[in-house]
Write a protein that binds this ligand. Sequence first.
Ligand SMILES: Cc1ncc(COP(=O)(O)O)c(C=O)c1O
Length: 404
Amino acid sequence: MKTTTNTELLYKENVLGNYGLPPITFVRGRGVRLEDDEGREYLDFCSGLAVTSLGHCHPNLVSAVQEQAAELFHLSNLYRNEKQALLAEKLNEKAGGSGKVFFCNSGAEANEGLIKLARLYGQEKPGAEGQVYKIVCADNAFHGRTFGGMSATPKPNVQNGFRPLVEGFSFAELNNLESFAAAIDDQTAAVFIETIQGEGGIYPATTEFLQGLRKLCDEKGILLLIDEVQCGIGRSGKFFAFEKAGIEPDAIGMAKGLGGGTPIGAIWMKDEYAGLFKPGTHGTTFGGTPLISAAALAVLDTIESENLLQNVSQNGAYLLEALQVLKAEYPEYLLEVRGEGYMVGIQLSESPMDLVTLLRGKGLIVPPAGNNVVRFLPPLVATKSDIDEALSIFKEGVQERAAQ
Ligand SMILES: Cc1ncc(COP(=O)(O)O)c(C=O)c1O
């Protein structure tokens, strides 16, 4: 029997019990592999929940952090730093070229920035007199755990116990344009959606829906805000997942994969709205520090130099197809396969935890999502042979669970 480790005891006595933690302690990571404190190796298809985009300890990221740490860690945002400026330039290029970027520390914080943008936009609307502030989000969305993020996340486990929430959020059905049109009224300032819902169970917004939503927002004179925190930075096979629809959002929230494991969040907004944020209206101590910006620059450079978007598109399509074939073999257990690139969800006929635990025992780390979904979120560097290895373990697990 496994003995209780010191780390396990320290957790029990000192760390808040808000996560249901499995009995395992990871001590080392390299590429797609993780190693635990008993020397066992695992294929990591969780990627720190879509964060370690270059895998663990990619040499480009390690050397960028080491070099920057030896030069200049931190400055407040009261002063300029070159790395933040270079990173903003890169993100601006990726987003379409004519906007501005604000840096923060997490996905929830990025989304708070988007919500604040919607408020500022609504306040400035001619004749609005402070009455235009509502935001329409999607059913089943996840936008974070801050008060704004929670209010935009219509899930009992996220909201219960924390009411009253922030006023003005309403919800419509994803991929149903009429539902969104009906939810918009003359107090609405913005529509706010994930291009691919992540925590909700991997539900992509369709191209037609995204294009229709862009048109609807233009007609109504409201902002289209897109949360690319989980699906952005190459995970879908495009740099931003909404690119598949050829649309331009008014503002974008990003985080997770952007830092490759260093904590960063960012919002990009079109130039015409950037002027709404004046000195003193918004800010944060740690956003865009030299250290974290240098790390994110290394992530973006490596996505380009290693052709990772192509890697994700090609091998993601292969993964999706292989999972569809497996679903046809186990139609009673595997109910649906959804996703794009390296953001794939498999809907099961049961809660995902038994399969997740079984797969971990066989050396494959995958996270659950929603009530009945297992996610594959490999790092963008995962090769076809990594995918094959994960598929072979997954098949074994599915076979065992389906026979229960
Ligand atoms: C789409 C989306 N938005 C926002 C967040 C919140 O990000 P963070 O946990 O960095 O605050 C998440 C986290 O899973 C997310 O998936």
